[in-house]
Design a protein around this ligand. Structure first.
Ligand code: NAD
Ligand code: TYD
Length: 381
């Protein structure tokens, strides 16, 4: 039996439960897709993939353009793809979200907008609760209201992180979809909370949802506060490489385009109501990864071997620093056939080349030039 829902001032109406939708087969016919956070690192790759691969979809990139949002990431898409549309907005603004769903008849959501950097979350946890929890909640509410008449064929896809599972200590253990949540940083606590809200909207209101939890991403267009782009930029400029603690923390790295491919696969073929873990079985101790980056960057820059080793500088550890993340993505592989397309050695070399060849992109960010450009365009940045 479905739920009786009262939405806004509308009459009470019966809506199917998530279980009923799943049993019926939620025929995915989404055509007007809202991608939040599309001007950020991962979002920009997802927007590009969807605009190029699905020319019959209309793709709406909703982004607040925080310090991490950069429309330069999508200059090629804006120039070549008539189905691409940018909307500047804040996911916390419920009225604006309602208008977007109504004006563009949104039937699919891929939600990536978030505050995403652990170090920032330690300095300002409230910003993370605001965007990641309350912002997700207002997007869920707008979707629930807009789709109240007919949830069939709709999908709210929430993009999350493996950090919600906490920190692994025993070698050989992995996060699986049923691992209990145990977030340790304000960032992961806010993402865990948003995941719970998404599942609660599925369970309580029958909203067709799907969630994925992915490992650390690397690749072009990542904001240079994160380990890999920061260190490439510092190697190039001969600046210190600040290694937190002993450098023995372990992360599981996935090339960003493989994450975008996984999102495409799950959006179109994933089972409604499910969770999928995404990862490349590619664990690295930070210090080992840093040595690979140094060797590769020195070679590409024409420096003698070992030239930049001396830049390694051990600094005070991050507060509450998670020891190890490692994702088991067997379910996604066995159920939907996804697997990473790139070996790590190839991916990291491509990534380093990209940052070395796109120094202007880095310079715009580090100089604040792009922020001034958008302030002129949009007035309030
Ligand atoms: P990012 O910080 O590069 O980009 C975030 C984007 O969201 C930016 O464009 C920003 O302007 C936008 N944004 C922030 N607050 C907003 C708001 N209130 N309203 C509208 N837009 C807003 O982040 P990313 O690394 O691309 O991560 C994207 C998503 O993927 C996040 O939800 C993150 O939790 C998740 N994720 C990231 C990784 C990773 O390794 N980077 C791994 C797994 C999951
Ligand atoms: P980061 O890229 O911030 O991703 P996350 O914290 O979400 O995993 O950091 C990756 C790892 O690198 C993490 O263990 C912290 C470490 N790190 C440093 O050692 N130095 C740095 O300057 C940064 C930014 C990260």
């Amino acid at each position: 039996m479905g739920l009786i829902a009262t939405i806004g001032k509308k009459e009470k109406k019966e809506i199917p439960s998530l279980a009923e939708l799943i049993a019926k087969g939620n025929h995915k016919t989404m055509r007007n897709v809202l991608i939040t956070g599309g001007a950020g690192f991962i979002g920009s790759h997802v927007v590009r993939l969807f605009c190029r691969n699905y020319p019959d979809y209309q793709i709406y990139n909703l982004d607040k353009l925080t310090y991490a949002g950069n429309l330069e990431n999508l200059a090629d898409v804006a120039a070549d793809c008539p189905n691409y549309h940018f909307i500047k907005g804040d996911i916390c603004d419920l009225e604006h979200m309602r208008r977007i769903f109504a004006d563009h008849r949104i039937d699919g959501v891929i939600h990536l907008a978030a505050e995403s950097h652990v170090d920032r979350s330690i300095r300002d946890p409230f910003a993370f609760a605001q965007t990641n929890v309350l912002g997700t909640l207002s997007l869920l509410q707008a979707a629930r209201e807009a789709w109240a008449e007919d949830m069939n064929g709709k999908l709210f896809y929430h993009v999350s992180t493996d950090e919600v599972y906490g920190s692994l200590h025993d070698p050989g253990t992995f996060f699986v979809e049923t691992t209990a949540y145990d977030p340790q940083s304000p960032y992961s606590a806010s993402k865990a909370s948003s995941d719970h809200f998404v599942r609660a909207f599925g369970n309580t209101y029958g909203l067709p949802i799907v969630v994925s939890n992915c490992s650390n991403n690397y690749g072009p267009n990542q904001f240079p506060e994160k380990l890999i782009p920061l260190f490439i930029n510092n190697i190039r400029h001969g600046k210190p490489l600040p290694v937190y603690g002993t450098g023995e923390n372990v992360r599981d790295w996935l090339y960003v385009i493989d994450h975008a491919r996984a999102i495409d696969t799950i959006f179109h073929r994933g089972r409604v109501g499910e969770t999928y873990n995404i990862g490349g079985f590619n664990e690295w101790r930070n210090i080992d990864l840093i040595r690979v980056m140094i060797r590769t960057a020195d070679r590409l820059l024409g420096n003698p071997e070992g030239h930049s080793e001396g830049l390694i500088t051990y600094v005070q550890d991050r507060a509450g620093h998670d020891k190890r993340y490692a994702i088991d993505s067997t379910k996604l592989h066995e159920e939907l056939g996804w697997e990473p397309s790139l070996q790590f050695e190839e991916g990291i070399e491509k990534t380093i080349r990209w940052y070395l060849d796109n120094q202007q992109w880095l310079d715009h960010i580090t100089s604040g030039a792009y922020e001034r450009y958008y302030a002129e365009m949009y007035g309030d940045k």
